[in-house]
Design a protein around this ligand. Structure first.
Ligand code: AMP
Length: 412
């Protein structure tokens, strides 16, 4: 029985060190996002399917092939969130917050995509998400990008990750650029992958981030958007770069970054690593000024990113250590209530303290060593009569009798 029940394909358990890595990533991100003035939100893990279907764009891979959608018992179509942004925009509108802008929000949690699992790619994975809702200023883009970079730095990953930056221009820039791309790719249509031939019809810009080798050779000579930027779009991009310099964030321009989703404009960026093989993006984002309106709200310009917690956790060195415990060891029935009181006293002071549920002195000492306890507090009948317990330092082996009332302050 047990051997038949495995985690569902593309999911994984987080236990011990894995969970500590995961938690360290989230704690670090939460602390840094707070220092940038972001508030934490939590939106539902599932939403009405229309939240995603309407906004992710008919042509995006996520909607076309990867959503976990099902009909619930009431006959409503439900989707497990494949990303955070659409749910955040839905929440902005449904909570009437479009009158209180800008909103700066941070979220984290599980995300679901029906994709082919491999190292660094799962069907249930986890994201950090950061959004500024309600600012059209390039300073907002710069702040969002800088906050992401600061998180990567604080995790000790700055040497393995580069920030790649691009602009998608405004609508007018994109329209002209799209025309040029269609003209260019049409000349090479027969050499393109089947997927890219479809993209040529629906969304030619997406050919630019194709992973297919044949496509990449053709993409290498494709026109870049630079020649098609309108003056306001070029100015926006220049100001973003100036602000990134002012924030001290290093970046590299990459005209091939287009992002998979249709609602992006102007800023597009990715945090890329050279350490995870094919799954080289640890995060990415951009500006999406049209999405809230799609959601039935007013026009709210937004910018944000998502980062893969699982991938950041894979890159981390050693996870933070668990603080060593104090093992409390009663010998005999009379000692147990004294031990329980001492346990609570230690815990109230924030000291990690544990007592085995049963066992003799030898067993309990073995367990104390196994869990890496720093000290054992051994309480016997004679000790109780004298109002003391034996405090044994498990590193040095030194033992001394300490008055019961002194133990917690001493071990603090
Ligand atoms: P996206 O929403 O596709 O831009 O993804 C943002 C980040 O989430 C990526 O840069 C990855 O780090 C991570 N990510 C995306 N898809 C997966 C997946 N299937 N498994 C693990 N991490 C993922």
């Amino acid at each position: 029985m047990a051997s038949e029940l495995q985690p569902a394909r593309g999911t994984h358990d987080l236990i011990g060190e894995d969970q500590r890595r995961y938690q360290h990533v989230v704690d670090t991100a939460r602390r840094i996002a707070a220092s940038y003035g972001f508030d934490e939100w939590a939106t539902p893990i599932f939403e009405d399917t229309r939240v995603f279907a309407r906004t992710l764009g008919e042509t995006s891979d996520v909607v076309m092939k990867e959503m976990y959608s099902f009909e619930d018992r009431g006959g409503d179509s439900i989707t497990l969130r494949p990303e955070f942004t659409a749910g955040v925009c839905r929440a902005l509108v449904s909570n009437g917050l479009t009158q209180s802008l800008p909103q700066k929000v941070f979220l984290s949690g599980p995300v679901f995509r029906y994709d082919r699992p491999q190292k660094g790619r799962y069907r249930q994975f986890h994201q950090l998400d950061l959004e500024v809702l309600g600012s059209a200023e390039p300073l907002a883009d710069a702040e969002v990008i800088a906050c992401g970079w600061e998180i990567i730095k604080a995790l000790g990953l700055a040497d393995y990750v580069v920030l790649e930056l691009n602009t998608l221009g405004d609508q007018e820039s994109r329209q002209d650029y799209r025309g040029a791309l269609v003209a260019y790719f049409s000349k090479h249509r027969d050499q393109l992958s089947a997927d890219s031939q479809t993209r040529l019809e629906r969304n030619p810009m997406r050919i630019l981030d194709s992973k297919d080798e044949r496509d990449r050779a053709i993409v290498a000579n494709a026109p870049t958007i630079n020649g098609f930027l309108t003056e306001p779009a070029a100015k926006f991009y220049a100001r973003l770069q100036t602000h990134l310099d002012q924030f001290g964030v290093p970046f590299r321009e990459n005209p091939r970054i287009v992002r998979g989703l249709d609602y992006y404009g102007h800023t597009a960026f990715e945090y890329i690593t050279n350490k995870l093989g094919a799954q080289d993006a640890v995060g990415g984002g951009g500006r999406y000024d049209g999405l809230v309106e799609e959601m039935g709200g007013p026009s709210v310009p937004c910018v944000g990113w998502a980062m893969g917690i699982d991938r950041l956790a894979l890159l981390l060195g050693d996870p933070p250590a668990v603080p060593a415990s104090i093992a409390v060891i009663p010998i005999g029935d009379a000692a147990e209530p004294v031990a329980l009181r001492l346990l609570q006293e230690l815990r109230t002071l924030g000291i990690r303290a544990e007592m085995a549920y049963r066992g003799n002195l030898r067993r309990r000492m073995e367990r104390a060593n196994r869990i890496g306890a720093r000290s054992a507090v051994i309480i016997g009948d004679d000790d109780i009569a004298r109002g003391v317990a034996q405090v044994k330092d498990l590193q040095t082996g030194q033992q001394e009798a300490v008055a019961l009332a002194e133990i917690a302050p001493k071990l603090r």
